[in-house]
Design a protein around this ligand. Structure first.
Ligand SMILES: [Zn+2]
Length: 121
């Protein structure tokens, strides 16, 4: 299952960073997911909820997912446009089908929030 390994990787990354920064409780993880990243949001949430309560660090952690539109840049006239559900790469301005995708496949942890431990300072 694709989403399960994504969530595992995400939790590993946040855990490492939390340890470095003396955070003993993560309250929220802000994840950015491009609409063309081939990830099912529901499935991602489901896997996250299944995994988070297995560790004290992630108990009650909220996963906030920001879905980003796929943005195309027309190579003929420079117009930027959002890829619609019909998956047309035709430029709405000049009609050429010569567009490059500049976003939409991203998948990364934008930030996370947590509580610091006192004894660590
Ligand atoms: Zn164009």
């Amino acid at each position: 299952m694709h989403e399960l390994s994504l969530v595992t990787g995400m939790l590993d990354m946040v855990r490492n960073s939390a340890e470095e920064n003396c955070i003993n409780k993560v309250n929220r993880i802000n994840l950015v997911v491009g609409k063309l990243s081939m990830v099912m949001i529901d499935s991602l949430q489901f896997c996250f909820e299944a995994l988070r309560d297995q560790e004290p660090l992630f108990q009650g952690t909220e996963l906030i997912i920001e879905e980003r539109d796929a943005i195309l840049l027309c190579q003929e006239c420079g117009t930027k446009f959002i890829l619609k559900s019909n998956y047309s790469f035709l430029c709405p301005d000049c009609g050429h089908a010569n567009a490059e995708m500049i976003s939409g496949r991203e998948l990364y942890v934008d930030s996370y929030e947590g509580d610091d431990t006192e004894w660590c300072r």
